[in-house]
Ligand binder design. Sequence first.
Ligand code: VG1
Ligand code: CO
Length: 543
Amino acid sequence: MPAVTHPTQPIEGQKPGTSGLRKKTQVFIGKHYLQNFVQSIFDAIGGARGKTFVLGGDGRYFNDRAAQLILKMAAANGAARVIVGQGTLLSTPAASHLIRQRGAEGGIILSASHNPGGPTADFGVKYNIANGGPAPEALTEAIHSRTRAITQYHISDGPNVDLSVPGKTALEGMQIEVVDPVAEYAVLMESLFDFDAIRALVAGGFRMRFDAMHAVTGPYAQEILERRLGMAPGTVIHGTPQTDFGGLHPDPNPTWASTLMAEMMAPESPDFGAASDGDGDRNMVLGRGIYVSPSDSLAVLAANAHLAPAYRAGLKGVARSMPTSTAVDRVAKDLGIDCYETPTGWKFFGNLLDAGRVTICGEESFGTGSDHVREKDGLWAVLLWLNILAVRGEGVDKILAAHWARYGRTYYSRHDFEAIPTEDAHQMMSELHADLPTLPGTEVEGLRIAEAEDFAYTDPVDGSVSRGQGVRILFEGGARIVLRLSGTGTEGATLRLYLERFEPDPAHHGLDPQEALAPVIRAAHELAAIRHHIGRDQPNVIT
Ligand code: VG1
Ligand code: CO
């Protein structure tokens, strides 16, 4: 079984985006595509020789073949050991935990997250480093430049490895350990939360529905919610991972998790509802007849985290991505802790978490997490909510209303315009950039602009600078709009428009967010001339 060295040539556009390299599945299956990218990862980290890696994915189409290929390449590149999730399954947070727990050099996660899966849909590869978190920008840049210079890759011509049962085997002297993808993660969750309190809540008649969206969290949620916490069988729906996620988008938002939404908005709904995405790092949280916006969820979790054992001593600080609402900032101020504002993407939280500056982080895109791993973590957020509900003995609606009464309500929404022509999107953004210096002091839709800038971030730990992270326009009185182009789409460009307005007065806390934000929405359309550039003024997803 010798290792073979194949000649190859660079392929254009193998540039990791917000979260790894994401393309149409057929592009990944195309000649040398996956091989080039994986070899570029190994080359960019100074080779794989003698190193240990973690490998798993979200169960989507091509995960199985990609895993075999990566194992053969790791073996031919001299890796010492690869720890693989049984059936190639590992949620992103579980992979992050395994990397940390086993002291691995890094991990390769096969997922395009919330993007649909299947032969005509999307595939993706993410590389995580030794702290368990996404590769920082310097490394993704190095991987990308390697893809442009690559001339050969190494691969074993040994047989496929059986990944269907736990146990140890070898390939060309490289050890392969197949592990239960859920076991260690479930132990970690039990160490953070008061499972007894949640069990008592469940024994008292509390009912929950969890929508795994035919993606990776099914087995995790069944083990933790149904078996360990004693919730009724059937609490978890769509719990068996499928290669095409049942033909749906495994994206936990009101549009794509419509089954769960309908159940939670109907009379006699369960007390609590939640959903997670393709790779298990996102979460949507619902109460009876009430949807919790992700930015509010982050703020509520930060304000109540001390009710869970792992956070009893309080939070060191919090961090949110720039487009995420400022609701959590008000909690941080009240707690007297720091609040950091980072660019979009979990990789920017890594240094803050490693340096012990923050305990909880979040993004408006249904992502929340803590220093227990270095990724956002869908089930973690659900369990923290359950722990808080159990201790407070109140429903989601009461907790949210009390939160707004205390801190004020931050109305917030994100409008996505998907699959727009790339050139039009760039033209729109560059015209907006050019206008920025002229905006402060002007008035749009009755709102006076206080600041307008292109967001740049200097990492407070290592001093690295990331520019071009989105246009931010602040109005007097605290309203805000942010515009940026997505780095995870695979068709044309996606414009994300983030809208926010602060309302301190409880008498005005009952509005529909779209209604409350109407002037801000109009101002955004006027400032960016969205219809003029992309020919549309209606978004296709609103969250
Ligand atoms: C989106 C979200 C971002 C998130 C990223 C990865 O990126 O907006 O907040 O970190 O997806 O999430 P973009 O560039 O499309 O806006 V996941 O769950 O897809 O790994
Ligand atoms: Co995800």
